[in-house]
Design a binder for this molecule. Structure first.
Ligand SMILES: [Zn+2]
Ligand SMILES: [Zn+2]
Length: 438
């Protein structure tokens, strides 16, 4: 578009100049016809074009900053109907207002390295992935800045309903000056980098999940800062997944919508995750057997493995790995950096030695110490759970049983927040093995 505009401007200026010049000279004949005019005109026109391009470049680098007062809230009527069919009170605009609130807090949480602000509105997978990424970046002395962030549009694209869960996929579009900078710069140096970073557009698919068959209830909207079970005010209690009034795990997905996945728009394939794996024989006795929960847990365990490799310590894995398997988990990936996960897909479930075992394939990329370019990688994770596990966590992460705060990253047996005793190994899906796909 810019090139076409420049070309048009160039042509108009050039032709006008020739015509004007010709008019001024009147009928005085110059040997060579129009050629001398063209030769004189060309450098002048080129100089003005150069000036025009320079102005454009400066405008691109420094602004004008896009300011959006009202985020466009949009939805596909037919998709939303899949929810309204059983939940007439569901209001897509109200839902999107809640998403806007979450997006704003999540952006702040990411930029200020305070993921505790949003823990009780997102799944274990999202919370841990972001927290571990921030941890690794801090170790590398870098941080990400999203200056002049504006949310331009939220659009409900599709709705999926399976045996256990309902899922809303919505497209989020926003603008920001997105820059990775070294920590410890002076405010002037940071300001200079931000001013020289253009405000660019990006688009992501956010997937929200809740238990099938739930009904929307006024005043019990998690994304507005209320406990979705009792309606109590839980805003400002972002790190606690347990409601202080009624004891519910608020982001389990058992009561209301929870952000469970963020996918880059280019990588999103609608309806890719098949609901075709039959888990019904395990689901009767165990509430943690579902594709969504297993894939969310697998993503947490994968990131823990990356973190353990990065810091060369199995302590990061010990609370969520089968005790007898911990020493067999290889940590030969200490130099891997720039990790990005493309897909997490459940392959199947089976009974083995009295436990339910799930196999999950992770497609990811990362660069080795000596390489700058990222390589595509594929790993199988095996997760195991006792059939009798009666955890109520759902999509929420493992928490202190007393206050609902995140469990300590160390192997400490006491909660960092309330000092209550916490389990050495969680009653949940545990890592059993990890191996590279041949
Ligand atoms: Zn409550
Ligand atoms: Zn606690």
């Amino acid at each position: 578009m810019k090139n076409i505009n420049s070309f048009l401007l160039f042509s108009i200026v050039y032709i006008s100049f020739i015509l004007l010049f010709n008019q001024t000279m009147g009928r005085k004949a110059i040997p060579g016809g129009m050629v001398p005019y063209l030769i004189i005109a060309l450098p002048i026109v080129l100089a003005s074009m150069g000036f025009y391009w320079l102005m454009n470049y400066i405008a691109y680098k420094k602004g004008p900053v896009k300011k959006i007062l009202d985020t466009a809230l949009e939805f596909e009527q037919a998709e939303v109907f899949k929810i309204k069919k059983n939940d007439n009170q569901f209001d897509p605009k109200e839902f999107l207002k809640g998403v806007k609130r979450l997006a704003t807090i999540l952006n702040q949480a990411w930029c200020e390295n305070k993921m505790d602000l949003v823990r009780n509105m997102v799944s274990a997978g999202i919370y841990n992935r972001f927290r571990i990424q921030l941890d690794l970046m801090l170790k590398d002395k870098t941080k990400n800045i999203m200056a002049d962030w504006v949310l331009s549009r939220l659009n409900i694209r599709s709705v999926e309903v399976d045996e256990v869960y309902e899922t809303i996929h919505l497209e989020l579009t926003a603008y920001a000056r997105d820059a990775n900078i070294t920590t410890g710069l002076s405010p002037e140096e940071e300001k200079n980098i931000i001013e020289n970073t253009p405000q660019t557009y990006y688009s992501e698919i956010w997937s929200f999940v809740r238990k099938k068959g739930l009904k929307t209830e006024q005043g019990k909207f998690l994304l507005s800062g209320n406990c979705p079970n009792c309606g109590g005010d839980i805003s400002g209690k972002g790190q606690l997944s347990k409601c202080g009034y009624c004891g519910s795990i608020v982001n389990s997905g058992e009561f209301d919508w929870v952000l469970a996945e963020i996918t880059q728009h280019e990588e999103w394939r609608p309806n890719l995750s098949s609901g075709s794996i039959d888990l019904s024989e395990f689901q009767a006795s165990n509430g943690l057997v579902s594709r969504q929960i297993i894939e969310d847990r697998a993503s947490v365990l994968f990131w823990r493995w990356i973190q353990a490799g990065y810091f060369n310590s199995r302590t990061y894995l010990s609370r969520e790995t089968e005790k007898e398997r911990l020493d067999t988990i290889a940590l030969n990936h200490s130099g891997v950096h720039d990790v990005a996960v493309g897909a997490v897909d459940l392959n199947g479930c089976q009974m083995e030695s009295g436990k339910i075992k799930a196999e999950v394939l992770i497609l990811w990329s990362g660069a080795d110490t000596n390489l700058s370019e990222s390589l595509h990688r594929e790993h199988y994770l095996t997760l195991a759970i006792q059939p009798s596990s009666n955890s109520k966590n759902g999509l929420s992460g493992n928490s202190c049983p007393n206050c609902g705060a995140p469990l300590p990253e160390s192997d400490s047996l006491n909660c960092d927040y309330c000092s209550a005793e916490v389990p050495a190994i969680t009653d949940d899906w545990l890592l059993s093995s990890i191996r590279e796909k041949n």
